[in-house]
Design a protein around this ligand. Structure first.
Ligand SMILES: [Zn+2]
Length: 430
């Protein structure tokens, strides 16, 4: 059914409407930071902004088919699953090398640059006759699952489109359980989930790749593992398991996200953070009761080296465009085993998070080309380092010298953020 897009004025309370009016009235001054950024005002208030320049689900299918065709078979596109509402989830595979690299985007449907960067990358590596592209194809097997949450992406929102009743219909053993903690039924980021509820798919993973949902594991919590109750996480899990069966392990897993729009560099509030990156999503499993079996394969140093390759590639391009230099480290105190990155890192994959500036409800498609380019350069640098083997010679200690993300200088939302989300920002951002 057609869902009203971000018609959030209809769902917020009267008090919140007043708050919105106040927050968007230019005359109402927010307390200015010591050194007010000269560049622009910044706000994390949700707005209804156009997103048509991004690739939608139909266009993704057309573009993947085109790339498969012009690559003359180098890129193989396969339907690997269906979303809860029946939309195709595709994988695109290129290369025949021994290192398996899995890349996913739009697990949060309002975080869209990753999909466009993946398409550009597939187009290049699938068709280029350069020595570099040939080396990628001979050393790597790249499997991309762009727009892995197509229902959320079409609704331009974070969650998928799935009710708890649909979950219990699929998993009758859960009837009578309390719904999962990451089930959205209320307004969030300007989207009304009351009519079309959904789940944060990125809390639905479990490092036990054969896990099936058990009633006693609900409602769970942010610190716990997920359950593979959504068709979208199950699809990616199955792709991952297939690669493990074929290659022994997935060398590298990259998940492409966006974060808040108003973070600034730690040493300069006039420069917004273009992207934060990370290789750390869970605490060392050797120190986590119940996770000891993952300790042997977990390799944080390798994740750090992958991030260093990305950081170096972008710093190398900062002369041409200073935005590429504004890269920071995402907060390192996260322990989220229910995320795709957390679960797959526990299975021994090098793990990389991209957090590009601004979700669609804050920046819309503003800076789309530059931010997509940022993702592309980062991925290209990492894949080149993997293909050449240089990644093995990078110093993981450099990772710890990447500047931390500075504060957010934007006016924070007063309407849609729950107290829990305020206390735990990655609930909204990761
Ligand atoms: Zn995200």
């Amino acid at each position: 059914m057609p869902a009203p897009r971000r018609s959030w004025l209809a769902v917020v309370t009267g008090a919140s409407v007043l708050a919105l009016v106040a927050a968007t009235t230019p005359a109402v001054a927010q307390p200015a930071p010591q050194a007010a950024p000269a560049t622009e005002q910044c706000s994390d208030e949700p707005r209804d902004l156009p997103v048509h320049e991004f690739t939608d689900h139909r266009e993704l299918g057309v573009e993947l088919a085109r790339i498969e065709r012009v690559s003359d078979g180098a890129v193989d596109v396969t339907e690997v699953g269906r979303s809860n509402r029946g939309k195709e989830v595709w994988s695109a595979r290129v290369g025949t090398g021994p290192k398996a690299v899995l890349i996913t985007s739009e697990i949060h449907g309002n975080e869209k640059t990753g999909t466009d960067a993946i398409l550009q990358l597939l187009d290049w590596v699938g068709t280029s006759d350069t020595a570099k592209a040939k080396r990628w194809r001979s050393e790597l097997t790249i499997v991309a699952v762009p727009k892995m949450n197509p229902d959320g992406a079409e609704l331009d929102r974070r969650g998928n489109d799935m009710t708890w009743d649909e979950v219990t219909a699929r998993f009758p053993q859960l009837r009578g359980s309390e719904p999962a903690w990451n089930y959205y039924t209320e307004p969030r980021q300007g989207d009304d989930y009351s009519q079309l509820p959904g789940f944060d798919v990125n809390r639905d993973y479990n490092p036990d790749l054969s896990y099936e949902p058990k009633a006693e594991d609900f409602p769970g919590s942010s610190a716990d593992t997920g359950w593979y109750i959504t068709p979208e996480s199950r699809t990616v899990r199955d792709v991952y398991k297939g690669l493990v069966a074929e290659f022994g392990k997935v060398d590298t897993y990259v998940d492409l996200h966006h974060q808040g729009a108003c973070y600034v560099m730690p040493d300069d509030p006039s420069r917004f953070v273009t992207m934060s990156i990370s290789g750390k999503f869970v605490d060392d499993p050797a120190t986590m009761p119940g996770y000891e079996q993952y300790a042997e394969d977990y390799d944080l140093d390798y994740s750090k080296r992958l991030n260093v390759a990305i950081y170096n590639a972008l710093q190398g391009r900062a002369n041409g465009n200073p935005l590429f230099g504004n890269i920071t480290l995402y907060p390192q105190d996260t322990n989220l085993p229910g995320t795709g990155l957390g679960s797959f890192a526990l299975n021994g994959s090098g793990a990389v998070l991209f957090e590009v500036r601004g979700q669609t409800q804050t920046l819309g498609q503003k800076y789309r080309a530059q931010l997509t380019r940022t993702v592309y350069i980062g991925l290209e640098g990492m894949l080149s380092s993997l293909a050449s083997g240089q990644v093995d010679h990078l110093d993981p200690a450099v990772y710890d010298t990447i500047p931390p993300r500075g504060p957010s200088i934007g006016s924070s939302g007063t309407d849609t953020r729950t107290a829990a989300a305020e206390a735990n920002p990655e609930v909204l951002e990761n």
